[in-house]
Each structure stands twice: as structure tokens, then as C-alpha cells.
Design a protein around this ligand. Structure first.
Ligand SMILES: [Zn+2]
Length: 216
């Protein structure tokens, strides 16, 4: 072989090896970087199958498998648009709790859930008559614009009726994201927490849930 040509092959092969080495180093560095970024936080997620009454713990990455429905991972606040029925995730929370209550020997049922504004208005008017003032009435039945029953995010359980079973829900409801919120209403529950969180301290009554008027 010509000396020039063999020199060319020699240096050519050396150069190729160098390029390969650099490429390998660079790509392994990139891979290392990616591995460090890919740390994800996976929180538990409760899934309920209404057809089979089965409750399963999944996680936020895997989600629930249809026909399972999620109990959600946040407190349930009302929507901007007026609903015509109870919030579905809230309802699923209650249905899951109802099955657990039954297993513990208690029957819980919704005796008043979603209310139309018309119904709430007439309930509020009745309460004003009964308690003598707008303020006293609002401790028990809020006006139609603000009552969470008209927003599909409040339920009354076993009222008037089995208070012991409602007590079970008061004590165990947080697992499902359900809390009793008023000291004066043992029957009234709202989805104010994520399932598994602690319920906040109870308010004295519904009036306390209203924003305090600005003092001028
Ligand atoms: Zn209520």
C-alpha cells in the first residue's frame, strides 16, 4: 500500500474513534440529566365502582379504570355555572361512604341534596317565619343565592332520623372527603377536603360561613 494512503487510513480511523468517544460521553451525560429530572410525585387516589360497590386505592398517575369513578384529590368547590343536580364527584364520595357505613352496621341516606333556588327560597321564607328574623333564619337555612344545597355541594343525611348513623359519617367521612361543617346541624355535610385529609373545625352555624361585611 502507498505510504500516504496508509497514513490517511491510520489517522482517519483514529479520528473516527475520537468522534465516537466524544459522542458516547455526551449522550451518556444527557441520559444522566434526564434520569434526574424524571422524579414524579404519585399520590394515592380512591376509585369507586358504583355497579359493584367496590372501592379501590389507585394513584394519580394510573387513575381510575372505567366504570370506576374518582373521588377526586381536591376539596370540591362549586362551579361558576348554576348546576341542576348534585356534583357527581361529591355524589360518588357519598356512595362509597354509604357502602362503608353499611359494612360497619349503619344506614346513611341523603334526605336533602341538590335544591333548586325556588325550593331554597321557600325553605328560607318558612325559616324566617319560624325564627322571627332573617339573621336567625340564616343560621339554619341560607338564602337561595348562597346555600350550598343550590350549588350541588351540600347534603343533609338522615334528617330527621337516625342520628347515630350520621355520627358514623361525622367520624369516618374524612376518608371519603366528607365533613360535617356546622355545630348546630348534625345532618349537614360538605366535600370541603380532599379524601383522607382532616376536616376543618366546625363553624357555629351557616351564618358564620358567610363573608363578614366590610366595616366602613
Ligand atoms: Zn343542609
Amino acid at each position: 500500500m502507498d505510504k500516504k494512503l496508509s497514513n490517511f487510513y491510520f489517522w482517519g480511523a483514529g479520528y473516527l474513534l475520537l468522534v465516537c468517544a466524544i459522542l458516547t460521553l455526551t449522550s451518556s451525560k444527557v441520559t444522566d440529566g434526564e434520569i434526574q429530572i424524571v422524579e414524579k410525585e404519585v399520590a394515592p387516589l380512591l376509585c369507586f365502582n358504583v355497579e359493584t360497590s367496590e372501592l379501590r386505592t389507585s394513584d394519580t398517575e394510573s387513575g381510575c379504570l372505567a366504570p370506576e369513578e374518582s373521588l377526586g384529590t381536591e376539596p370540591i368547590n362549586h362551579t361558576d355555572v348554576r348546576p341542576t343536580q348534585i356534583d357527581r364527584t361529591f355524589e360518588v364520595r357519598f356512595l362509597a361512604a354509604q357502602v362503608a357505613a353499611k359494612e360497619a352496621g349503619f344506614n346513611i341516606r341523603i334526605t336533602s341534596g341538590f335544591r333548586t333556588q325556588q325550593l331554597q327560597e321557600s325553605l328560607h321564607a318558612d325559616a324566617v317565619k319560624k325564627y322571627g328574623s332573617e339573621e336567625e333564619a340564616s343560621k339554619w337555612v341560607l338564602p337561595k343565592e348562597i346555600s350550598h344545597h343550590t350549588w350541588g355541594t351540600a347534603i343533609d343525611v338522615n334528617y330527621p332520623g337516625d342520628r347515630k348513623a350520621a355520627k358514623w359519617l361525622e367520624e369516618s367521612g374524612s376518608t371519603f372527603g366528607l365533613c360535617r361543617v356546622y355545630k348546630n346541624e348534625w345532618w349537614h355535610f360538605e366535600p370541603v377536603i380532599a379524601p383522607g385529609e382532616l376536616c376543618p373545625p366546625m363553624m357555629a352555624n351557616a351564618l358564620e360561613s358567610l363573608p363578614t361585611p366590610e366595616v366602613k
